[in-house]
Design a protein around this ligand. Structure first.
Ligand code: FNR
Length: 188
């Protein structure tokens, strides 16, 4: 440590509750994690015809993934799956074949929905994608947030103590997981 963590937010909405959750997680993270968002909203749609020459936005995005020590996904669930914008971003970073930027990159997954299932189904599908991308995943704890009004303020303060402690524990667990993965199997 310290470790850098890229945060991928699966929603492009300016009012995103997952962006709010991400700010809470960033606030609650232990000091050994340096978190910053890696934006996905300006990426064109992936097309393998670009594999010989990525457009600048995609090259920069993939480089940003390659440079961080770990990646935190905070995503909504769209139609019981991963939002297309996030899947598109993952596809860019995973290609061209043989240069996948997620290989052996420690990852964690969290999400918030307005419904009670709290993005559980989308997260399971995301985990399947990350498995294929050979990214080690923190398995537990899982974070399925049913977002109620006022649970997290606009600037990322969690108002319910139990939820705040749970999310802080998740971030400490992620820091420990990153340390274990990068100590046992250094990427370089
Ligand atoms: C949703 N929503 C949703 N919620 C859920 O729990 N399961 C789902 O499958 C879906 N499907 C879905 C599809 C589409 C296209 C939209 C726009 C929304 C509702 C979703 O939880 C809600 O809009 C959240 O506010 C989305 O997260 P962000 O964008 O606020 O971070």
């Amino acid at each position: 440590p310290p470790y850098t963590v890229g945060v991928l937010i699966g929603s492009l909405s300016v009012e995103s509750i997952n962006r709010t959750l991400a700010s809470a997680l960033i606030r609650l993270a232990p000091a050994e994690l340096r978190l910053h968002e890696i934006p996905i909203g300006d990426l064109p749609l992936y097309n393998r015809d670009f594999d010989i020459d990525y457009p600048p936005a995609a090259r920069d995005f993939k480089q940003a993934i390659a440079e961080v020590d770990a990646v935190l996904f905070v995503t909504p669930e769209y139609n019981r799956s991963v939002p297309g914008a996030l899947k598109n971003a993952i596809d860019w970073a995973s290609r061209p074949f043989g240069t996948n930027a997620f290989t052996r990159k420690p990852t964690a997954v969290a999400g918030a929905s307005i419904g009670a299932i709290g993005t559980a189904v989308a997260q399971q599908q995301l985990r399947s994608i990350l498995s294929f991308c050979n990214a080690p995943q923190m398995n537990a704890p899982e974070v399925y947030i049913h977002m109620r009004p006022g649970l997290i303020t606009d600037d990322g303060e969690v108002t319910v103590e139990g939820t705040r402690e749970f999310l802080a524990g998740f971030m400490q667990g992620f820091a420990d997981f990153i340390t274990r993965v990068l100590t046992i199997i250094p990427r370089d």
